[in-house]
Design a protein around this ligand. Structure first.
Ligand SMILES: Cc1ncc(COP(=O)(O)O)c(C=O)c1O
Length: 379
């Protein structure tokens, strides 16, 4: 079946008891056993419940994994993946990674004997140079948040296979509709489902999708032992959002490109970072490995005051963290999503104080352009 069909039907079969086309929300903590040691497939909601199981089937199918596990947030999912490592292990991470991953690794996981090196994963040589005998994981965000650097997943997949390293890809920015990392060599895909998978800014959740059985067993053990599995209501909301993922992403592509072109032509904008523009340094790689360019973009204004003026002048775009919803969100990574990074690191990877991030939503593109236009006039 095609992507849109799978998104609507896999894991979303009508409820066997009543025929309800949408499965009910199983808002229960425990399940009655028919006799001692015998149940109907569920015993306690921390370990497993029908809404979670259904969503996990959908997500695994869409990413082309053998299984998936869904968590209370993207960060809980990512934390579970890093716990596959053992003290003394080393991981190489994209340097322009989501700020929360930087915080988790450098401020928490280092205390458990894990070592991390941050490199520009769009440079094959930089990745190669960072590998050590104890490197067990390569954690790639592509495109990166917020600098939109694109890594060559096939090349990194080949390298990981040769060196016996587990390759993890954060596919949050594109969703499986636009990029399928497992087909390009990744062993594990992670998502903040809070973003495009849910798509409606009304739930927080994360997913880990696995290509290998041995990783799947460990991740499920972790989910049920640590109790970090997603609750029924949130599973229901994300499952509902996923049904329209294909049409939403197609329209996000169109809107993203329209806004990127508008901004690139604006005299007050110093540069636009969007993999769909021929001016983007990894445009050709993005064209090859992605089915579209998505709706995340950044642009540089002349410093913090110019950016502040813009952010305070927009009306239709909402000044908020997060991304991937139907509404357009605008933010300043240096002071918001990436505030936990030391200023020197931010500067090194190009997160200037004038760098504005847009998560282009599904409003009419001409309305968004009119809003940005009046706000840029005030800069
Ligand atoms: C690329 C990326 N990965 C992971 C996360 C973390 O997800 P969550 O906020 O659902 O914990 C985010 C959050 O913004 C993100 O942008």
């Amino acid at each position: 079946m095609g992507f849109a069909t799978n998104a609507i039907h896999v894991g979303q079969e009508p409820d066997p008891t009543t025929g309800a086309i949408v499965a009910p929300i199983y808002q229960t903590s425990t399940y009655v056993q028919t006799e001692l040691g015998k149940d109907k497939g569920f015993d306690y909601a921390r370990t497993k419940h029908p809404n979670r199981q259904a969503l996990e089937r959908t997500v695994a199918k869409l990413e082309g994994g053998q299984s998936a596990y869904v968590f209370t947030s993207g960060m809980a999912a990512i934390d579970a993946v890093f716990r596959l490592l053992r003290p003394g292990d080393h991981a190489v991470i994209s340097e322009a990674v989501y700020g929360g991953v930087f915080r988790l690794s450098t401020q928490l996981l280092v205390h458990f004997g894990l070592e991390f090196t941050f490199v520009d994963t769009s440079s094959h040589d930089a990745v190669l140079g960072a590998l050590r005998p104890n490197t067990k994981m390569l954690y790639v965000e592509t495109p990166t948040n917020p600098t939109l650097r694109v890594a060559d997943l096939s090349a990194l997949g080949k390298l990981s296979a040769e060196r016996g390293i587990t390759m993890v890809v954060d596919n949050t920015f594109l969703s499986p509709y636009l990029q399928r990392p497992i087909e390009l060599g990744a062993h594990i895909v992670v998502h903040s489902m809070t973003k495009y998978l849910n798509g409606h800014s009304d739930a927080v959740g994360g997913a880990v999708i696995l290509a290998r059985q041995e990783d799947a067993e460990q991740i499920y053990f972790l989910q049920r032992s640590a109790g970090s599995g997603l609750a029924p209501m949130d599973c229901f909301l994300v499952a509902r959002g996923i049904k329209t993922l294909a049409v939403r992403m197609a329209q996000h592509n169109t809107n993203g490109m329209a806004i990127a072109r508008y901004l690139e032509a604006h005299p007050k904008v110093k540069r636009v970072l969007y993999p769909g523009l021929p001016s983007h340094p990894q445009h050709e790689i993005a064209k090859r490995q992605q089915r579209g360019f998505g709706a995340m973009l950044c642009f540089d204004l002349d410093g913090l005051e110019a950016a502040r003026r813009l952010l305070n002048s927009v009306n239709l775009c909402s000044l908020a963290e997060s991304l991937g919803g139907v509404e357009t969100l605008i933010s300043l990574p240096a002071l918001m999503t990436h505030a936990s990074m030391p200023p020197a690191v931010r500067q090194q990877i190009g997160i200037t104080e004038g760098l504005v991030r847009l998560s282009v939503g599904l409003e009419d593109a001409e309305d968004l352009i009119a809003d940005l236009d009046q706000a840029l006039d005030k800069v």
